[in-house]
Ligand binder design. Structure first.
Ligand code: FMN
Length: 304
C-alpha cells in the first residue's frame, strides 16, 4: 500500500519530499509544468533568474568526473521579463513552483524577487547567494549580515515563502543560516555546489572556460549531509537537503540529518526524470519497513 509521502514545507504542500533542484532542467515553463505533474515530484525549482538576461560562459562548461560533475555554466538565463512571459504560456503547475533568483546587490535582489513573486504560478522563491563561479553572488552568501539584509528586504516586499540557498564554500554556513532565519527566511536549501577545478593534463590548462566550477553529484553528498546536520542543530526553519543524492538511502540520510525535503540535481542527468519514481518508492518502502507513518516523523532523527 505504501506510506503517504506528503510533507508540509514552509506552508507549501508537497506530495513527496522530492524536489527538482535549480539549474538542472532550465527555465522552460512548459517543461517545468510537465515535470511538476509527475506523481512523485514534490516541487520544481527553476534555473536561477536575474533581473537582466545573462549569457553565461562559452563551452566547455561541464567536466564529467567518475564521482560527479564540475559545472561552470555562469548562470545563463533570459532574465525576469522573459521568464514571466514563459510562465504566462506554461499552463498550470501540478506541484509548487519554486523560482530561484539572484542579484548583485541587495536592491537588485529585492527588485528581482518582487517581480518574480508577482506571478500567480510562483509558489515560493529561492534566493541563490551561493553560485561559486559567478563573481558578485557568493560574495554575498558568505557574509551573514548581507544575507540578513537581503532576506529582510525581500520579506518586506514579498508575501510568498522565501528559501535561501546556502554555500558550502565557507566555514560560516551555520552563521549564514542563522542570520537568514532571524531575518525572516522561511527555509534554507543546503547546499549549492563546492568550488572546484578540473585540469586537462595533456593541454596543461583548466578544462572549463570559466576556470573554476561547482562540484555536484556523489562526491558532494557527505559534505552536504554534514551541512544539513550542522544547520539542523542550530536553526529551526525547515531545510531542503541538496547535494549528491542518487539513491533512496541518500534521501533517507538527508531526512535523518534534518532535511524536511530533498532536492535532486545531477542524478537526473544520469538516470533521467523517472528517478523521482524510483526514489519515492524506495523511501515509501523504507518508512513502511520501519513502521513509520510519515516522513515528518523521521526528520532529524539522527540527532537523538
Ligand atoms: C549544470 C548545473 C547547473 C546548476 N545551476 C544552478 C542554478 O542556476 N542555481 C542554483 O541555485 N543552483 C544551480 N545548480 C546547483 C544545483 O541546484 C545543486 O545545488 C547541486 O548540483 C548539488 O546537487 P546535486 O549533487 O544533486 O546535483 C546547478 C547544478 C548543475 C549541475
Amino acid at each position: 500500500m505504501g506510506v503517504d509521502l506528503g510533507v508540509e514545507l514552509a506552508g507549501l504542500n508537497l506530495r513527496t519530499p522530492l524536489i527538482l533542484a535549480s539549474g538542472i532542467l532550465g527555465l522552460s515553463g512548459r517543461l517545468l509544468v510537465e515535470i511538476s505533474r509527475i506523481e512523485d515530484v514534490g516541487a520544481v525549482t527553476t534555473k536561477s533568474i536575474g533581473l537582466k538576461p545573462r549569457d553565461g560562459y562559452p563551452n566547455p562548461t561541464i567536466a564529467v568526473l567518475p564521482y560527479g560533475f564540475i559545472n561552470s555554466m555562469g548562470l545563463p538565463n533570459p532574465g525576469v521579463d522573459f521568464f514571466l512571459k514563459e510562465l504566462d504560456e506554461a499552463g498550470s503547475f501540478g506541484s509548487p513552483l519554486i523560482a530561484s533568483f539572484y542579484g548583485y546587490s541587495i536592491e537588485e535582489i529585492a527588485e528581482t524577487a518582487r517581480i518574480i513573486a508577482s506571478h500567480p504560478s510562483v509558489s515560493a522563491l529561492e534566493l541563490n547567494v551561493s553560485c561559486p563561479h559567478v563573481s558578485g553572488i557568493s560574495e554575498i552568501g558568505v557574509k551573514p549580515e548581507l544575507v540578513a539584509e537581503a532576506v529582510s528586504k525581500v520579506k518586506k516586499e514579498v508575501g510568498k515563502p522565501l528559501f535561501v540557498k546556502l554555500s558550502p564554500n565557507t566555514h560560516l554556513i551555520v552563521d549564514v543560516a542563522r542570520a537568514a532565519a532571524e531575518a525572516g527566511a522561511d527555509g534554507l536549501t543546503a547546499v549549492n555546489t563546492v568550488k572546484a577545478i578540473a585540469i586537462d593534463a595533456e593541454l596543461c590548462k583548466p578544462i572549463l572556460s570559466g576556470v573554476y566550477g561547482g562540484l555536484s553529484g556523489p562526491a558532494l553528498k557527505p559534505i552536504a549531509l554534514r551541512c544539513v546536520y550542522e544547520i539542523y542543530e542550530e536553526v529551526e526553519i525547515p531545510i531542503i537537503g541538496c547535494g549528491g543524492v542518487s539513491s533512496y538511502l541518500d534521501v533517507v540520510e538527508f531526512i535523518l540529518a534534518g532535511a524536511s525535503a530533498v532536492a535532486l540535481g545531477s542524478v537526473i542527468a544520469l538516470k533521467g526524470i523517472m528517478v523521482f519514481r524510483e526514489l519515492a518508492r524506495g523511501l515509501s518502502e523504507y518508512l513502511e519497513r520501519k513502521g513509520v507513518r510519515s516522513v515528518e516523523e523521521i526528520v532529524g532523527l539522527s540527532h537523538r
